[in-house]
Design a protein around this ligand. Structure first.
Ligand SMILES: [Zn+2]
Length: 144
């Protein structure tokens, strides 16, 4: 899934009245570079450059991004992975590794958009996760 540029998130933070701190920018950068990472993976990525960053700083930035509607947590077993992709899209979750992949089939995305449109009035998002082995995420040849 293509991500928005980091500038978009800087502006969004400002618009919402939050400071654009270097730590918050690093968390956003890690979310863009890593695919559906866990908080630990984000921490590890930032530590390469900023060894002093604390887990609470990372979690604080993740909570903030979620609160302003720019981040979706995906619960997989005991782990939470984070998705910066704002548009509704289904996921394939590998039962072997817990890794999360975006499914790009247009017909599935449309079904999800339709579900939101038919759902209760206050609905802000809907999730669809497919589970299977790592070799199972090949799209079908024909629509179903
Ligand atoms: Zn995703």
């Amino acid at each position: 899934m293509k991500h928005r540029p980091i500038e978009y998130y800087r502006n969004k933070l400002k618009e919402e009245g939050y400071k654009v701190t270097p730590q918050r920018v690093e968390v956003i950068r890690a979310l863009i570079e890593l695919d559906h990472p866990t908080a630990g993976e984000i921490q590890g990525e930032i530590e390469k450059q900023y060894p002093m960053i604390s887990p609470s700083t990372v979690y604080g930035a993740l909570e903030l991004l979620e609160a302003i509607g720019e981040l979706i947590p995906i619960q997989e077993g005991s782990e939470t992975r984070y998705d910066l992709s704002p548009k509704v899209h289904p996921h394939y979750i590998c039962e072997d590794t817990g890794e999360v992949y975006d499914l790009e089939q247009a017909d599935l995305k449309k079904k999800l958009t339709d579900l939101i449109a038919c759902g209760p009035e206050g609905v802000s998002r809907v999730e669809l996760n497919f589970y299977g082995p790592s070799e199972g995420m090949k799209p079908k040849e024909e629509d179903c």
